[in-house]
Design a protein around this ligand. Structure first.
Ligand code: TXA
Ligand code: MG
Length: 298
């Protein structure tokens, strides 16, 4: 079943049902050693999935859940290898979306423990932020009775911040709307970003391969020609003859609409998109991370 969250749409299955989870990997075309995030309805369900939870992780959860943040913690026995990619830790998140929360609560009432869900796109492609996007990605790979819940346009538009909480201090594995400055404000400690050459982190998306990529080639430098696509904040004028895909006013707008812009390039069958990346230490960090990974590496 696909369902909305505030970040992007997820493709969900009962996190305890091996067959159902196997169908997620199949529909996405995703290698099975890439672990899945388990979604729960509230912080009080966290200790079913995670143990040895450090104080700072509890603070993070109390502050930013429900919200666009995934905590990676040592797993309990409930979390099986088919969820964790045989790692001994687990990613858990409480999403801030009324449809997702209703779904999770109802699932728990019926005896469920959590819903495992990656973004509802084919492996390596752009995450969906609306029901139409999910259909473009997965119609050919879902069964006719698989549900797609409609929760409108995802409000954040980029995947959650993933924070490794298995060490003495938190490490950001994937930047998102919960920024390192917000974490530092809360905890009073400097958080580390991921070291891209650290082999421990190969399972974080997009570090070793191209990810978040549309069919159109994405360029972060150079000049567009007539007929190419263009993505930039509204303060940047559109060069003559170039096709403006989005024109966000703020970095938050940029995050919310970036994937729509990349998808629009593909639906218009453009071969190249030129992007002016935003700057700043807010959600711009996450936007730049995704753009770097989406960029054409030819
Ligand atoms: O916003 C989000 O996080 C969305 C919505 C649906 O919740 N989900 C999402 O899932 O982006 P996914 O699977 O597309 O990306 C999560 C990435 C995975 O590619 C995996 O590499 C990494 O998070 N991940 C998951 N569990 C992990 C773990 N235990 N340790 C390290 N990385 C993990
Ligand atoms: Mg994904």
């Amino acid at each position: 079943m696909a369902f909305p969250t505030e970040t992007v749409y997820g493709l969900g299955a009962d996190a305890l049902n091996e067959k159902a989870v196997a169908r997620i990997y199949e529909a996405k075309g995703r290698p099975t050693n890439h672990p899945l995030i388990v979604h729960i309805s509230a912080i009080d369900k966290l200790d079913m999935w995670a143990k040895d939870i450090p104080e700072y992780a509890i603070k993070l959860a109390r502050n930013f859940w429900p919200g666009p943040m995934t905590l990676v913690l040592p797993k309990t026995d409930l979390a099986k290898d088919f969820i964790t990619g045989e790692q001994d830790n687990i990613g858990v998140r409480v999403p801030a979306h009324s449809v997702a929360l209703s779904l999770l609560k109802e699932f728990e009432v019926q005896g469920g423990f959590g819903i495992a869900a990656p973004s509802a796109n084919r492996f390596g492609k752009v995450s969906p932020t609306s029901v139409d996007d999910v259909k473009v990605e997965l119609t050919d790979y879902l069964k006719s009775d698989d549900l797609i819940l409609d929760g409108g346009q995802s409000f954040v538009g980029l995947e959650s911040t993933i924070i490794d909480c298995t060490k003495i201090t938190p490490v950001i594995l994937r930047p998102g709307a919960v920024t390192s400055a917000m974490i530092k404000d809360l905890l009073g400690i400097q958080v580390e970003g991921i070291l891209e050459d650290n082999p421990d982190f190969i399972r974080v998306p997009g570090l070793l391969e191209s990810h978040y990529s549309p069919t159109a080639k994405v360029y972060l430098s150079g000049n567009p020609s007539a007929g190419d696509g263009f993505i930039a904040l509204s303060k940047h004028l559109t060069p003559d003859g170039v096709i403006r895909l989005i024109s966000p006013v703020t970095n938050e707008d940029y995050a919310r609409t970036l994937y729509q812009g990349l998808r629009l390039a593909d639906s218009k069958k453009l071969s190249k998109v030129f992007v002016v990346a935003p700057t700043g230490d807010d959600i711009a960090v996450a936007i730049c991370d995704r753009l770097k990974k989406a960029a054409y590496k030819g």
